[in-house]
Design a protein around this ligand. Sequence first.
Ligand SMILES: O=P(O)(O)OP(=O)(O)OP(=O)(O)OC[C@H]1O[C@@H](n2cnc3c(O)ncnc32)[C@H](O)[C@@H]1O
Ligand SMILES: [Mg+2]
Length: 426
Amino acid sequence: MHLGLIPDGNSRHLLLHPSAAPYAPGVSAAELMLSHCSSLPVVESVSFFALSRDNALKRPGKLTGAATRAVLEACLRSLGEPLARPLALRFLGDLPLLDRTVAFPDLLSKSPLLDEHCAPRNITSVSDLCASLSTLSSPPPSSPSLPPLHILPHDLDLIIRPGHTRRLSSFCLYESAYAELRFPECLWPDFTPEMLDAVLEEFRGTERRFGGLGEEPKTGGEGKLERGEKPVAFVTGNKGKLEEVRSLLSDGVPGLVLTSLDADLPELQGDPAEIVREKCLAALGRAGGSPVIVEDTSLCFNALGGMPGPYVKWFLEAVGHAGLNKMLDGFEDRSAYARTVVGYCAGGADREVHVFEGRTDGCIVQPRGGGEGGGFGWDPVFECAEGDDRTIGVTYAEMDKVDKNRVSHRARAFGKLKVFLAGTRN
Ligand SMILES: O=P(O)(O)OP(=O)(O)OP(=O)(O)OC[C@H]1O[C@@H](n2cnc3c(O)ncnc32)[C@H](O)[C@@H]1O
Ligand SMILES: [Mg+2]
């Protein structure tokens, strides 16, 4: 996500706190916020409004320049400190209006986090925007202070402006076309990392349509909806899962029509139930207003205390079936369990995520079944220990699809979801 921050309200804060060092609270807030942003995986880049040309020209002689200089210096200094992770950071402002003593080139060259895409840019007024647009039809300007528009980083997703003012004031006029805008009811120096977390949490469930109608869920051949039928979108990037879930939900829930949305949702590290909650809220924004279902599947080795668990996807991609087996060499215990955690959210005003879990025990074996394509995921190396003689001692890949759907982790989790949905739809 590309986050825009407009630090408004510093002068008013000073009036309310005359004993505070001028602008120091705003500077601390900026340092704290940028450092916090670097610890949030969801924030990839930040554009920070440092000084608007309009602002500076219309308030000559005011402290604006000094305040901005202080904020910039502090922020750039903080970049010299180790951040939690690299953050693409861009300060917007009319730097030539600042005191030349600001050691920009020096600070910029010291920071490994700033590349050419993060250098300060000056599109902070309509005239800047026009000037930039004019460069589109001509060769890039030689002056680094006015780069061509097409090398700007991707559009802003969310702009936050505390300060009791609900406007953009020329901030990133072009890139903010489809940005969500939030205006926390406090002055910038009082805006805390916890408040930022709350805004991000609320933003995550926002449906973004970018001027269109949103992604159209595919009904996958079920045809038109009948009266009383309601589409529910299963959001996944995994075709194997989709096939199984279609079959698992093909009966038993009156009025449910499963649609599918092919999207690889971001997955935070952590507890599977948490991963699913995050995925579910992210899925809401993609599903055009439908309720959503997501799931996350883990493969847990008992000898390794449950690892690789939710990270099995990356282990499988990195080391394959043979590598999964090798991980257990040296251990007597090759037992494992497969676990699916399903998340369901009705959407609209209802943001509650209902979580259902299913687990199946088995053990890790050399790959069997799956044919030439290698089978679905780790199916060939998971030998089931549950069910009957058609499933016990048989790998998922060797089983008939109907048999897997009788005993699988996924079938158990979706069985619980079906009971829940049947209850809510009666
Ligand atoms: O878009 P999503 O739904 O997240 O799909 P994904 O492929 O990223 O799936 P997960 O995050 O749940 O990662 C689980 C990994 O386990 C694999 N997998 C999931 N269910 C499986 C099953 O029933 N049998 C074998 N492999 C499975 C899947 O291919 C992934 O490599
Ligand atoms: Mg995934």
